[in-house]
Structure formats: C-alpha cells, structure tokens
Design a binder for this molecule. Structure first.
Ligand code: SF4
Ligand code: SF4
Length: 391
C-alpha cells in the first residue's frame, strides 16, 4: 500500500470517535487552496478563471495552519491552483506535518523536481500528482505537450528521494475504458497509488462538452473494473466508493466531509460549488442549508459523482455496515447485473448562477482591504514625518 498503515488506523480512530460522539456532520479531509494561480490552463479546470487581483492573492502559512486547526480534519489536501507556486509552500507543509496532519500535496508536477528540497519525506506527507492518462491523453487534457514526461520524471525523482507519491486522475467523457485500464497498468509499473474521480462540470470550465453524466460514469467504471479483474491496481479509495462509481451503491453526497478553505474563506457548500463564503468553519457548518444540495436536490449537483462529495459517504457506510465493506473488499467491485436505483431528478431546484456576483463581491472586498491598508500606511508615514519635524 502506498498509504502508510498507521494512517488508516488513525483516520479509522477519528471516524469512530465522531460516531461515538453522535456527530451527524464532521470533516474528514480539509481541501485547502492557498492560491488559485496555476502554471497550466487545463480545459476542464474550474479553478483558474479569476481576474488577476484574485489570482495574485495567497493565504499565508499562518492562515493555512489556523484553518487546519479550526477544521480539525485528520487530513489536509492542498490543491489549487498550483500549490508549488506558493512561496511559503515548504513552510505550510512543514507546519501541517508538525501538527500531525496527513498532507496530500496535489501538484501538476511541473515544479516538483526543482522544489523537492523544500520538503522532507514523512509518513504524514504524500505528493498527489495530477495525471489524467497516458502521454497523449494527459498532454491534451492539460493543453500542453511534454507535461506527462515531466510529471513522470518528477514522480521517479520524488520516489528515489523517499517520498510517497500517488497520482490523481480526473476522468472525462471520451476516455475509453481500455485506455484507462492501460493507464492504471502504467501506475503499477511506476509503483504509485491512484485516485480517480469523474470530472465535475464546473460552470466556468472552458470545455463544457466532455463531462460525464452519471449513467455514462457508472458504465465506464464498470468496464474499467471488469478489465482490472486479477490486476493489482492500487486505488487510494475505499472499496465502497469504487462500488458506488460502478453503480452498485445509491449514495447521497456528504459535502461537509471535505470542506474547502481558500483565499475567500470557507466555501459553501463544497469544494466543487462556490455559492458563498463564511469567515469561520463553524459558521460554514451552522449556516449552510445542506438539505438544499446534492443530486436530486439541486440542478448543479445532477451529474456529480466526485470523490470529495461521495468518499465521505462511503467511509461512513463502511463504519455503519462493515460486513458490506468487507464483502466488496473480498469479492471486488460488481461489474455486471442490475445497478442500484438512480436518484430521482424531477424535484431538483434550478441552478443559481452566482459565480460572477460572488467574484465581484470578493473583488470589492479586496479593493476595500487594499485601500484601507494604503490609507493606514500613509497615515503612519505622515505621523512619522510630523514626529521628526517636531523633534
Ligand atoms: S493543473 Fe489543476 S489547477 Fe492547474 S489548470 Fe490544470 S486542473 Fe486547473
Ligand atoms: S453533489 Fe454534493 S459534492 Fe457534488 S457538487 Fe453537489 S453538493 Fe457538491
């Protein structure tokens, strides 16, 4: 296993504690986005379409540590943007590891080889390298040639230095089961674990044509898993989440399981949808109208089967029904026969398109902050000047 065994035990212990305390909603992984700036512009990305004033903002190391402590989740995933662009990324990771958080640093790996010295191998740290498929497929997905080769070289270099490395793949329509199976074989050769998630149809992603709907997702994953029988693909997912992807589980998402904190604050309701922000984690948990989100409830959630919404549900289901989880682990994911019933979409509320107004609000907050900081600086300068004149 690419994930250290004691991590499984620690996270299992945390989950058990939440259950014993009777908590209905609790975070499992903090999705920390300290910046939105990236050195790539992938066609399926819904994170980088912001004006420069926003792309230039960073969360400080202190803000990152405070967010991790405030949230309390045992794991922190750092996506972005590209986190390796952040000047304090080494310090941010070091501080999180010191706080005994498991850190998954998600990177497109363009800068990884150059920046390995910023990190130290630790059972608490693993790199999660963005690879959407084999060479041709990946380079097309990230709209730049040569990225696959660079990423693979960085993975090898990081492994040689003693780091744990996984890869994460976003799956879009048009990626055949056979190609995905070949890619998974390649990850075995590389000696890395894999996480996979169907791409979420971000309203601002440049390519809107290639997102999978739930029906296609389930069929595709069934085909992939059928091709994987007897192989040793090392998925970084629970068996029940994979079973869900193959259409064998009827789950509702638990968006609070992977809450997102970024330069705007705590994002409502989840990592994929930005429909408002709160200042504190508690406020996010207490003021989000959770019952109005999820497949069947909200149009923007209709096709979502992403791991950040459904892996927490699968983790919860494994605790509630360990025999079922064990059964899936033993017999593997079912790839034939009837699927679990699909959630009824007929009563979902219509989508609200709030992205632009949210961005405008954030921009005016940033401009106000900048104006206040400039005024304070000018006042301090004037005071210093009048003090020196008086002296
Ligand atoms: S590497 Fe990630 S953050 Fe950067 S453009 Fe691609 S999907 Fe977006
Ligand atoms: S289904 Fe859940 S995880 Fe997916 S976008 Fe909607 S709220 Fe977020």
């Amino acid at each position: 296993m690419a994930i250290p065994f004691f991590k499984e035990i620690k996270i299992g212990g945390y989950l058990m504690k939440q259950k014993l305390l009777g908590r209905k909603r609790y975070p499992l992984v903090l999705m920390l986005e300290p910046l939105f700036r990236c050195n790539l512009a992938c066609v399926g990305c819904g994170k980088i379409d912001y004006p420069n004033a926003i792309l230039n903002r960073r969360m400080s190391a202190q803000e990152c540590w405070e967010a991790a402590e405030e949230c309390g989740a045992p794991m922190v995933a750092i996506p972005g943007g590209e986190p390796l662009i952040h000047k304090e990324i080494g310090e941010i990771v070091r501080g999180l590891v010191e706080r005994k958080k498991f850190v998954s640093l998600c990177t497109n790996a363009l800068l990884l080889e150059k920046k390995l010295d910023l990190f130290e191998p630790s059972p608490y740290l693993f790199f999660s390298v963005h690879l959407d498929g084999l060479k041709d497929h990946h380079d097309k997905a990230v709209s730049q040639e040569g990225v696959f080769d660079k990423a693979v070289s960085a993975i090898k270099a990081a492994k040689a230095r003693g780091f744990t490395v996984n890869v994460n793949a976003t799956i879009f329509d048009g990626h055949s089961a056979e190609e995905i199976a070949k890619f998974l074989d390649f990850t075995v050769e590389l000696g890395v674990g894999v996480s996979m998630s169907p791409g979420y149809a971000y309203e601002r992603a440049p390519d809107q044509e290639h997102f999978l709907n739930r029906k296609k997702t389930k069929k595709l994953f069934r085909d992939v898993f059928a091709l994987g029988k007897g192989k040793k693909w090392n998925f970084m997912h629970s068996g029940l989440f994979l079973d869900f992807l193959a259409g064998n589980q009827e789950y509702e998402c638990k968006p609070w399981g992977m809450p997102a904190r970024n330069i705007f604050g705590w994002q409502k309701p989840c990592y994929l949808l930005g429909e408002g922000y709160t200042k504190t984690f508690k406020e996010l948990m207490d003021t989000t109208d959770w019952d109005t989100y999820g497949t069947g409830k909200y149009e923007k959630c209709a096709d979502c089967m992403a791991h950040c919404g459904y892996e927490p549900t699968a983790a919860d289901a494994a605790l509630t029904n360990p025999l079922k989880a064990m059964w899936v682990a033993l017999r593997g994911v079912k790839t034939e026969g009837p699927m679990a019933p699909e959630i009824d979409l007929s009563k979902q509320r219509p989508a609200q398109y709030v992205f632009s107004s949210e961005v405008q609000k954030r921009l005016s907050d940033i401009r106000k902050e900048e104006a206040e900081a400039a005024a304070a600086k000018a006042a301090a300068k004037a005071e210093a000047a009048s003090a020196s004149t008086a002296a």
